[in-house]
Design a protein around this ligand. Structure first.
Ligand code: NAI
Ligand code: MG
Length: 331
């Protein structure tokens, strides 16, 4: 079966790293067909298109979406993030953001290996709120956080299902239940109820500020972490920083119910400071493509790509891509 992949290279280094990821996927021998979509900051500046409903309808026909990065210094912040990335997450119901972290944190001699499951369609990211009397001394800004039982439960359930398949079988809830008592209570109660269905899985709870300390000082305590949209966004940048850096941090935006395509992208952005220099590390994009292969049921190919990324690489963007493709072909 040929998997139909929609490719959004995007801006800056996005197209550069995506090309290398596709090179490595080709080396697995898995049959894919790709269709390029010109979207992102550059496209917006050209003709105003961010993500129209007709383009979204086109994207729905694919088995998966591979995205590089979007965002341009010439576009005001939020325009592309909300109009393209968040619109895809909400409209395609990509309710799980899965980000794996493995490596050796600075100052440690023992490697860690954990996965953050971030709720991806609710919380403060829904855009609830508004501004009154803008620009005046009486200005008011509110930004709500939406948490539904359904949304919280499906996310927590996914984390427990994932942990059940892992060796350590442990899930940590990260929140701020001592201050965000309304949403925190919903998360905590749901977590405890779902946990009762998985007696073989260990559990823990950390406040998000404490989790920041543990990410640096004791990342080994974690197996699977489940958390809200905003906490997950912030924590996973720290996760990347203690796990080999932004150049290797991969992510998947999943619709586990499979009512549409899922979207796979590196954590990093378009890095306008290094575009065209060959300095972009394509490994994060390659590992995101490995997750795509796994989600498409190509388990053996996904394993080969991940194995190829374990040993260090050096060289330009395309040299690293060539080396990873060579390892995959040989593996
Ligand atoms: P960034 O992730 O693009 O860059 C941060 C730093 O990391 C830069 O010094 C960059 O050179 C370096 N870097 C990033 N990826 C790298 C790689 N693969 N290899 C080596 N070095 C790498 O974040 P920044 O600068 O805050 O944002 C740039 C643009 O990207 C903005 O427009 C932002 O909105 C957008 N962005 C888009 C994301 C996405 O498409 N999912 C995520 C984050 C930012
Ligand atoms: Mg982020």
């Amino acid at each position: 079966m040929t998997h139909k992949i929609a490719v959004i290279g995007g801006d800056g280094i996005g197209p550069e790293v995506t090309a290398e990821a596709l090179k490595v996927v080709q080396a697995t021998g898995v049959a894919i067909s790709t269709t390029d979509f010109d979207l992102g900051g550059a496209r917006f500046l050209k003709d105003g298109e961010i993500l129209s409903d007709s383009t979204l309808a086109e994207l729905r026909k694919f088995d998966a979406i591979l995205l590089g990065a979007v965002g341009s210094p010439d576009v005001p912040p939020g325009v592309i993030e909300r109009g393209l990335l968040l619109k895809m997450r909400f409209e395609l119901d990509l309710y799980i953001n899965q980000r794996p972290f493995a490596g050796m944190a600075p100052g440690h001699t023992k490697p860690h290996d954990f996965i953050v499951i971030r709720e991806n369609t609710e919380g403060p990211y829904v855009g609830e709120g508004g501004v009154l009397r803008r620009g005046t001394p009486q200005e008011v800004a509110t930004q709500g956080s939406v948490n539904t039982r359904m949304g919280v439960e499906r996310c927590i359930r996914y984390a427990f299902e994932l942990a059940a398949k892992r060796e350590r079988k442990h899930v940590t809830l990260v929140h701020k239940t001592n201050v965000l008592t309304f949403s925190g209570n919903l998360w905590e109660r749901t977590f405890n109820e779902v946990a009762a269905e998985y007696p073989g899985t260990g559990t823990a709870y950390n406040h998000v500020d404490a989790a920041c300390i543990y990410f640096v000082q004791d990342p080994h305590r974690y197996d699977v972490i489940v958390t809200d949209n905003l906490f997950g966004d912030i924590l996973t940048d720290l996760g990347g920083a203690v796990s080999g850096g932004i150049g290797v941090a991969s992510s998947a935006n999943l619709n586990p119910a499979r009512t549409g395509p899922s979207m796979f992208e590196p954590v990093h952005g378009s890095a306008p400071d290094i575009v065209g220099t060959g300095k972009a590390n394509p490994t994060a994009a390659v590992l995101s493509a490995a997750h795509m292969l796994e989600f498409l049921g190509e388990f053996r190919a996904a394993e080969r790509v991940r194995a190829a990324c374990v040993a260090p690489t050096s060289g330009s963007t395309s040299e690293v891509g060539d080396e990873l493709a060579r390892r995959v072909a040989a593996g």
